[in-house]
Design a protein around this ligand. Structure first.
Ligand code: AMP
Length: 193
């Protein structure tokens, strides 16, 4: 089972991906986490990515595409994977299709998490308040969030019609409590929605 979770920052994709990883043995592929690891690697590429991420803009498509291509070839992905944060642009979605086709893999579902912006802002503020300064994400600031939301609407939301047209997209209400969202996701994955 190969899934994409899509939604604005703070929509709860990571939380649900982690649950699916534990409950179903799928692998969470979070491009944000991969880029943060790259940033810690001390390489020039890591530094370039870090500078972009700090503004809330997107890291160039070619970096992400090769990162995901390399990752899905690892043996742990054979049982299925959950893409969390990828694709984020139409070219990334097209590249993903190609990557899956050449590997004879298929995309089972794309799940969109819908959350009102005012709630996202409140969630990020809460996340900042609850996280010790040394563990906070550099891009978790109210200012960067505004830009990340803009980028989501301008560059990522245009992917949705692409998947809707192929009949693989299902929407969940990401404003419900975590347990209820998890149930809605399970219903979709089990083919009951
Ligand atoms: P996230 O943890 O998913 O919120 O990602 C944090 C940041 O990493 C984003 O704001 C982007 O700068 C970068 N990033 C993550 N995934 C992608 C992607 N698929 N394409 C481009 N940039 C990405």
């Amino acid at each position: 089972m190969n899934l994409i979770l899509i939604g604005p920052p703070g929509a709860g994709k990571g939380t649900q991906a982690k649950r699916l990883e534990e409950e179903r043995g799928l692998v969470q592929l979070s491009t944000g986490d991969m880029l943060r690891a790259l940033r810690g690697s001390g390489t020039a590429l890591g530094e370039r990515a870090a500078a972009i991420m700090a503004t809330g803009a997107l890291v160039p498509d070619e970096i992400l595409i090769s990162m995901i291509g390399e990752r899905i070839d690892r043996p742990d992905c054979a049982r299925g994977f959950i893409l969390d944060g990828f694709p984020r642009t139409v070219p990334q979605a097209e590249a993903l299709d190609e990557m899956l086709a050449v590997r004879n893999l298929r995309l089972d579902r794309v799940i969109e998490f819908q959350v009102d912006e005012s709630i996202l802002v409140d969630r990020i503020k809460k996340r900042i308040a609850e996280t010790p300064p040394e563990q906070r994400r550099a891009d978790d600031t109210p200012e960067t969030l505004v830009n990340r939301l803009k980028v989501y609407h301008a560059q990522t939301a245009p992917i949705l019609p692409y998947y809707r047209g192929r009949g693989v997209l299902t929407v969940v209400d990401g404003m419900k409590p975590v347990e209820e969202v998890a149930k809605a996701v399970a219903t979709i994955i089990d083919g009951r929605a």
